[in-house]
Design a protein around this ligand. Structure first.
Ligand SMILES: *Cc1c(COP(=O)(O)O)cnc(C)c1O
Length: 422
């Protein structure tokens, strides 16, 4: 099925229940079991069904199936934020003493989570260049559990060399996790390029209206075989789980990665998506492909305007032929479209600040993917917790201004930027 069709129908059978055209919100904490045996069967996974909303929920279930289908995945788990999706995806495979290899170009929250917070749990992160993966293979050792990168990175707007990363990972039997938040399933499907696990902050383009925080973990088909083939590294999946009465995940014919994240991590740590937020995301995901196309087209127009403006030192947008990621955008992204994220370098820090303060249609907001256009200064906001060295490594300068282009008419946006730059 095509993405536009999946986005409006995927995962929902309207013949069940009342025939409600809109997916009903199961706004409930728990579910009544038919009898004691039914309850026991659900806990033993002999039968599948909702138990308690921290573990599963019928509304969230529809969203999970829909998002899995949109990414060409076998299963999905929704959680309460993009940050918790990343955290769960990592600790689903790594524990104290292990390491992960992460891209040098990541979302600020991912950087602090993966280099500082999980260090307190004994998991260390090594950094590789996701642009060409030239240093990746040398970083892998017997304790490496995952390679984590963003397909189209926020805020650097860099495109990863997905093909090389996947080649190296496969050769070494290491799990790849790709954050596809910015590119979105409408433009790019990491799984079709061999990536094992995809995460999204659904707060961004999947929501698209700045109303909801959420996250999702999606896995490719066949991960049980991957875990069995690399059982020494991924023994959590092939050996009995003492916390779940000796369950061996690879023995269960369900998508293994999200099964374990649900049964062990969501159960114990509990960053669950609220049913109401799942319902909101079910509304907004319907128009994902339409919106992302329009965001991308608007942004290309603005990129061209900024590129020709005398007060702008440089423009970073992979949709521009002059951009160093242009060839990669053409190779990986649908019709070479490159999302609504764009940044530029002002002539000075003062100039950067002045543009942000003078723009009227653009809101000064640390979000992306909203229908409303947004403007931000990453060095003093989203990336302010990073030190000079980390900032330089992440390609962020004090003159960098990031825009998230919305769905307004680009004529108005250009007019606004024009006056703000004067
Ligand atoms: C926003 C964002 C996140 C974090 O998501 P939240 O839903 O805000 O927790 C992770 N990765 C990327 C690329 C993001 O843009």
């Amino acid at each position: 099925m095509q993405k536009e069709t999946i986005a409006v129908h995927g995962g929902y059978n309207k013949k069940e229940g009342y025939g409600s055209m809109s997916v009903p919100i199961a706004q409930t904490t728990a579910y009544a079991f038919r009898d004691a045996e039914h309850a026991a069967n659900l806990f033993a996974l002999k039968e599948l069904g909702p138990i308690y909303t921290r573990l599963n929920n019928p509304t969230t279930d529809v969203l999970e199936q829909r998002l899995a289908q949109l990414e060409g995945g076998a299963g999905a788990l929704c959680v309460s934020s993009g940050q918790s999706a990343i955290f769960y995806a990592i600790i689903n495979v790594a524990e104290a003493g292990d390491n992960i290899i992460i891209s040098d170009k990541l979302y600020g929250g991912a950087v602090t989570l993966l280099t500082h917070t999980i260090k307190r749990l004994g998991i260390t992160a090594k950094i590789f260049k996701s642009e060409d993966a030239s240093d990746l293979e040398d970083l892998i050792d017997e304790k490496t559990k995952a390679i984590f990168f963003e397909s189209l990175s926020n805020p650097q707007i860099a495109i990863a060399d997905v093909e090389s990363i996947v080649d190296i990972a496969k050769r070494n039997g290491i799990l790849t996790i790709c954050d596809n938040t910015v590119a979105t399933a409408a433009l790019f499907n990491p799984i079709s390029w061999g990536v094992d696990v995809v995460v999204h902050s659904t707060s961004k383009y999947i929501n698209g209206q700045g109303t909801t925080i959420g996250g999702v973990i999606i896995e490719r088909d066949g991960l049980a075989d991957f875990f069995k083939a690399n059982a020494e590294r991924y023994y959590h999946f092939t050996e009995p789980d003492a916390s779940y009465h000796g369950l061996v995940y690879t023995d269960i014919p369900l998508p293994n990665f999200t099964l374990r994240a649900r049964l062990a991590l969501l159960r114990d740590i509990g960053a669950v998506q609220s049913p109401h937020n799942s319902w909101l995301l079910l509304q907004t995901v319907e128009t994902l492909a339409l919106r992302v196309e329009k965001h991308s087209d608007n942004t290309l127009e603005i990129a061209k305007f900024l590129e020709s403006h005398p007060k702008i030192k440089s423009v970073n947008y992979p949709g521009l032929e002059s951009n160093k990621y242009y060839a990669k955008a053409q190779k990986y992204f649908k019709d070479g479209k490159a999302s609504g994220l764009i940044s530029f370098e002002a002539e000075s820090f003062e100039d950067a600040k002045a543009v942000i303060d003078s723009a009227k249609l653009f809101s000064v907001v640390v979000n992306i993917g909203d229908s409303k256009s947004l403007i931000v200064h990453p060095a003093s906001t989203t990336h302010s917790q990073m030190n000079e060295e980390e900032l330089a490594g992440a390609g962020i300068n004090s003159t960098t201004v990031r825009l998230s282009i919305g769905l307004e008419n680009p004529i108005d946006l250009i007019e606004d930027l024009e006056q703000a730059l004067n």
